[in-house]
Structures are given as C-alpha cells and as structure tokens.
Design a protein around this ligand. Structure first.
Ligand SMILES: [Ca+2]
Ligand SMILES: [Ca+2]
Length: 315
C-alpha cells in the first residue's frame, strides 16, 4: 500500500516535474512531506498569481479609463481662456503714473472796488433823464404813453411844446379836450382815507400796500414806481418844521420849497426824487423809485403826480 502511494507520488512528481517552471527547484530526494509542502506552497503562489492577474488587469483598465476620462475632460471641459478683449483692456489701461495731472482752472477773483464818492453816479433826477429825442420836455417812453409824436416837439401843433403842456396839466396830444384830466390819457386816484387826489398816467397801475391806504404804489411798465406814503405828524408841525427835524442840521439850508399847480406848498429833496406835502397831523410823501436804473424814463410823469396832487375834504 505504501509502495503504491510512493509510486503514485513519484508518478505525480514526474508529472509535476514536467509542469511549468514554477515547480522547478523541488528536489525529488527531499522527504515527500517537504516536497508536498513545497508543491502546495507553489500551488498557492500560482493560485495567488492567477487571482492577482485579473486584478492587475482591472486596475490597469480602471487607470486607463481614468486617464482617458481625464484627457476627455481636458479636451471638452477645459475652461475657456479669458477673452482677449479683457486682456486688451488690461493692456490699454493706463498706469496711475501715466494719468495726466488734472490742472484746475485758475479762478481770477476780482478785487473789491473800494468805495469812492467821486465815482458815484449823479443822484439828481434832472441829471438822469432818459432819452428825449425831440427835446420837447418828454422822454420817448413818456410820449409813448401820452400818444404824442416823439419826433415832433409840438405834437398837436398848438404852438405849445408837449412838455410844457403836460407840466401845466394840459393835453399834449390834441387841442380838444384841452384839459389833461378829460383826455383819457390819465386817471384820477382818490384816496378815501387820507383825503387826497392825484393824476397818474394810463398804462400804470395803482395799488394799496396797506389796509389803511397809507401806502399806495403806482407801477409803470418799465419797473419804475411812484409811492405815496402818509406819515404821522402828531405835533402838527408845519411842513418846513417837520422836514428840517428829519434831516441833518447842516443840510437845512438846502431845503427847496415850491408850489404845485393846485397852489399847494411842498418841499423837494435835494436829489429831486422826493416831494413832501403836509396837512394837519399827516405828512404826505411822493417818492419816485427807479430802482437800479441809471436813467429815469418817467420824470415828467412823476411831476404829473406832484403837480396834480390836491387835498380833498375838510382839514
Ligand atoms: Ca420828447
Ligand atoms: Ca402842443
């Protein structure tokens, strides 16, 4: 029995010996257990190798697939390069040091003009009269309102020049009606509170600035105004007394008195822009305001108000 086993092992050995080289190196003279153990060990190694081979192939395939996937990713999903225009913008962008320095415009400040009394414009009304083309005593602006011929001194050919006629409250634009108050060229303003009347030219507007009618403004088309104010004179001073009490004592010799066409005595201011009348406990002031204008367009119409001013009612 043992011999048969040994023959069989020997036969197996012969078979093993012609097996692949993995079985080389087994000494047939070694004890059979050792030979068997080596054979078993080698067989396990071969089996391990036979199992490791597919794993290598699988890993190789996985790596290959991964590599191909990465290549595909690089080909199809590689981020696009930044647009060239951005690069150009960056290239053309000026460096801070290349930005030209901003030069602020120089502002020339005019020196303040020192006040010099010698340069003051003349303040006397008679020195500031506007254009009077035909030299008839009415400015061109006044002749427009009075419908006279600004190129003919005697518009109605009655031998009286236009300015003289107006100054005497006559109609300079026609013989009939001769009186200015009936000509339609002027209106009569009646103050119901302080009892006075006066003429003012058509085309002007009369307006009370205070509820008690103590301040009336007559507005012209050329932003010139005539104001008529009523002031308190509670001491019932005469006009001269009241006026001199309002001005510096050294100027009291300059008081200019006059009498208007109604026979009313008044006082003119030295600059001729203001006239004063007085009655009872009130003083009446007629003031010509030309604002900032250098020429007075309506000086003779201002005189119309002054000359036509009259008190009404009882004192
Ligand atoms: Ca004239
Ligand atoms: Ca005339």
């Amino acid at each position: 029995m043992a011999e048969e086993k040994e023959k069989k092992i020997t036969a197996d050995y012969d078979k093993v010996y012609v097996m692949p080289e993995e079985y080389h190196g087994i000494n047939p003279d070694q004890p059979k257990e050792i030979i068997r153990e080596k054979i078993v060990t080698k067989t396990k190694v071969i089996r391990k190798k036979s199992r490791a081979l597919p794993m290598v192939v699988i890993v190789f395939l996985i790596l290959t697939v991964a590599l191909l996937s990465y290549i595909g990713y690089l080909i199809y999903f590689k981020p696009a390069p930044e647009p060239e225009v951005i690069v150009k913008v960056i290239e053309t962008e000026k460096k801070p040091e290349e930005i030209p320095e901003v030069v602020e415009p120089k502002i020339e400040i005019e020196p303040e003009i020192e006040f010099d009394p010698a340069t003051i414009k003349p303040t006397k009304l008679s020195d500031m009269i506007d254009v009077d083309g035909d030299n008839d005593g009415l400015t061109d602006a006044e002749e427009f309102l009075l419908e006279t011929d600004y190129q003919r001194p005697d518009s109605d050919s009655d031998s009286f020049v236009d300015g003289v006629e107006l100054g005497n409250l006559y109609n300079p634009s026609g013989i009939d009606p001769a009186k200015l108050e009936f000509s339609g060229l002027v209106f009569t303003y009646v103050n119901p509170t302080f009892d006075y009347d006066l003429f003012y030219p058509k085309g002007w507007f009369a307006r009370s600035l205070k509820p008690d009618n103590s301040e009336i403004i007559f507005s012209s088309p050329l932003t010139e105004n005539i104001n008529v104010l009523v002031l308190e004179n509670s001491l019932n001073l005469s006009l001269i007394e009241w006026y001199t009490s309002q001005i510096d004592i050294e100027k009291q010799d300059e008081v200019v008195e006059f009498e208007n066409k109604s026979g009313l005595k008044g006082v003119r201011s030295p600059d001729e822009f203001t006239v004063y009348f007085a009655r009872g406990e009130y003083v009446y002031v007629i003031d010509y305001d030309i604002g900032l204008k250098e020429k007075a367009s309506y000086p003779h119409l201002f005189e119309l108000l002054v000359q036509s001013f009259v008190f009404t009612g009882q004192e």
